[in-house]
Ligand binder design. Structure first.
Ligand SMILES: Nc1ncnc2c1ncn2[C@@H]1O[C@H](COP(=O)(O)OP(=O)(O)OP(=O)(O)O)[C@@H](O)[C@H]1O
Ligand SMILES: [Mg+2]
Length: 217
């Protein structure tokens, strides 16, 4: 199976989520696939290798390389794909091949605008492929003291191409510090608030993976 973490806007926590999901979904023995030319996650994984076992990972730059991954992908092989914060042909190919698309956004206007641009990409891909391609949005890197995101939630669920995770990942310095060392928040600060938030997100993702698996058999 392929999970893509994608959003047209840069800096919305795609790579942070990928590094963490590699840890929280470890029981699926995932492979990290970095398709971003900056190769942030691939490089972070090298930093990681100085502290602990590195994640299984590869960096790819072309659609033929992606097609090879698609061939290997089945219910026993999970690939977690980091993407560039832009609308590119490679990212579009990733989106078309994915079983689950996770799209982070903050509540900042400029990031929400990015999310809406991303919706247009999903709309365009859907009309070309004849299906309805949906992404699951996670509200991420938002200030801990904001309790409600009613307007943002309403906007997300009103659109045809988005579902919304219940889990919210808050802005926490230990999440940024962990990823800076190539670690997940669970390894860096077990039982911290960030660890608990990511655990809850992983539970939601596992349910979606189980549904996808059922569809395949
Ligand atoms: N929950 C969080 N708490 C604190 N900082 C965070 C959190 N999530 C992300 N960040 C920080 O936000 C910045 C952007 O995150 P990240 O690099 O993961 O985004 P991205 O979408 O992959 O960006 P790009 O499009 O440039 O690849 C980083 O400095 C990261 O440490
Ligand atoms: Mg990134």
């Amino acid at each position: 199976m392929i999970i893509a973490v994608a959003q047209s806007k840069g800096g919305v926590s795609k790579s942070t989520i990928v590094m963490n999901l590699m840890y929280y979904l470890a029981k699926y023995n995932p492979v990290l696939v970095d398709t971003d030319v900056q190769q942030s996650t691939y490089q972070l994984n090298k930093i990681r290798s100085k502290k602990t076992n590195s994640f299984k990972s590869m960096a790819i730059t072309s659609i033929p390389q992606l097609e090879n991954i698609y061939k290997d992908s089945d219910e026993n092989n999970l690939f977690i794909v980091d993407t560039i914060g832009a609308d590119t042909n490679l990212t579009r190919a990733v989106l078309l091949m994915s079983d689950l698309i996770i799209s982070p956004t903050t509540d900042r206007t400029i990031d929400v605008m990015g999310l809406m641009n991303f919706q247009s990409v999903l709309q365009d891909l859907s009309s070309k492929s004849g299906g309805t391609i949906k992404a699951h949005v996670v509200i991420s890197n938002v200030l801990p003291n904001i309790k409600r995101f009613d307007e943002l939630r309403d906007l997300i669920i009103s659109t045809q191409h988005f579902n919304l995770f219940h889990s919210i990942i808050r802005q926490r310095s230990d999440i940024a510090n962990a990823v800076g060392q190539g670690l997940s928040i669970g390894e860096y600060s077990s039982n911290s608030k960030g660890d608990n938030e990511y655990r809850l997100l992983a539970v939601e993702i596992e349910k979606l993976l189980a549904d996808t698996y059922k569809k395949h058999i």
